[in-house]
Write a protein that binds this ligand. Structure first.
Ligand SMILES: Cc1ncc(COP(=O)(O)O)c(C=O)c1O
Length: 379
């Protein structure tokens, strides 16, 4: 049996999405910037993809800008907002994805910004009182806080943080790469300046994503070139990627309630089975809170053992693909900056299981059984 439980790293393409992309790979190959019929046809398809995404997120099509993925969206927004608005202070967290953390670090090293980190409570949630005091101290700053953490699954209340930021006229960017397609984002109900998203986390193609940038928060581009994307991102569009992205989001919204219920059941099953079969098992962050955390992620904390360094390798040998942290450390338990920040001296093992609509209860039972075999009950 081969089991894929690393869906926070990437998800398999939905065949329905592939079918929607196919014509744009074969017949409809025109350059959308060309004014002839071949180009116009593809231009129309891109604009209807943009409109579809805007409808789903309750924003306007002009607020959606296509990129090569979440990383580029984070880079473009962070660099662009700092330069466009002359921002001098940024407030973020040490447990952000590297796409945000490293981008902010570069700006801080160049003395473009001063970077301030918000504290977390013991479950890894942002300490909102501390955030409030930083916002008061540094009004007008760039605040970059992710909607859901990709390793521990903690969720941020974007509506509340948006209100806090709006009060002091700060620019709130949120990396929504892990929540897009898994939750409804109603952008008219939130005071968020920008979001980053990538299609491959919700059964869309790799190498394509988008940024939402509120119309009153327009920024200068990161990628200069042609006038594509309303002068916000130069370069010939990834046409079939964009078509696939819009289709994947449409399918995700259409089936969201069913898949959310199905995946939550799988996650609860895994928590229950792990508690039964591995004495001393725990869960990192808030990920065992099935209703209150990102339902696709479960980060398991395993008892101290000599086996821990080899866990990912040994599971891989059994046909089980999982991760120890974010995708960059998949396959090698090199330690995660998120877990190191939250549990600095822990010697416990860590495995991130992440689920999708394609997983089954049988797979969960198989994985727990294999994992439990590395932690025999002492008699
Ligand atoms: C929270 C988060 N942000 C950004 C990214 C990067 O997105 P992409 O792979 O689309 O560049 C990821 C992917 O692992 C992620 O989980």
């Amino acid at each position: 049996m081969k089991v894929y439980l690393d869906n926070a790293a990437t998800t398999p393409l939905d065949p329905e999405v592939f079918e929607a992309m196919k014509p744009y790979m074969l017949e409809d190959f025109g350059n959308p910037s060309s004014t002839h019929a071949h180009g116009r046809k593809v231009r129309a398809a891109i604009e209807s993809a943009r409109k579809k995404i805007a409808e789903l997120l309750n924003c306007t099509p002009g607020e959606i800008i296509f990129t090569s993925g979440g990383t580029e969206a984070d880079n473009a927004i962070i660099n662009g907002s700092v330069k466009t608005f002359g921002i001098k202070h940024a407030i973020s967290s040490p447990i952000e994805h590297h796409a945000v953390e490293h981008t902010l670090n570069v700006l801080a090293r160049q003395n473009s910004i001063e970077l301030h980190y918000v504290n977390h409570n013991t479950n890894g949630h942002v300490d909102l009182e501390h955030l409030q005091s930083l916002l008061k101290q540094f009004p007008g700053s760039l605040v970059s806080l992710m909607h859901a953490n990709n390793e521990i699954g903690n969720l941020l209340d974007l509506k509340q943080v948006g209100e806090m930021c709006a009060e002091v006229k700060s620019y709130l960017h949120s990396d929504a790469v892990q929540t897009m397609g898994h939750y409804v984002h109603d952008l008219r109900m939130m005071q968020v300046s920008s979001l980053a998203a990538g299609a491959h986390k919700f059964h869309g193609p790799k190498g394509v994503g988008f940024m939402y940038i509120r119309k009153d928060k327009k920024i200068n581009p990161l990628v200069h070139g042609g006038a594509q994307e309303r002068n916000m991102r130069g370069g010939t569009e990834n046409t079939y990627g964009i078509i696939g992205l819009a289709k994947a989001l449409e399918v995700a919204y259409r089936d969201m309630a069913i898949h959310e219920a199905q995946i939550k059941k799988l996650k609860q099953r895994m928590i229950d089975r792990l508690r039964e079969q591995i004495p001393g098992v725990g869960f990192h962050g808030d990920s065992a809170n099935v209703e209150g955390s990102l339902y696709t992620v479960l980060n398991v904390s395993l008892p101290e053992s000599e086996e821990n360094d080899m866990l990912l390798f040994n599971l891989d040998l059994q046909g089980i693909s999982v991760s120890g942290g974010s995708a960059c450390s998949s396959g090698a338990n090199t330690g995660s900056h998120v877990l190191n920040a939250l549990y600095p001296n822990s010697k416990r093992g860590a495995i991130r299981f992440s689920f999708s609509k394609y997983n089954t209860p049988e797979e969960i039972d198989f994985v727990v059984e294999k994992l439990a075999s590395f932690f025999p009950v002492k008699v």
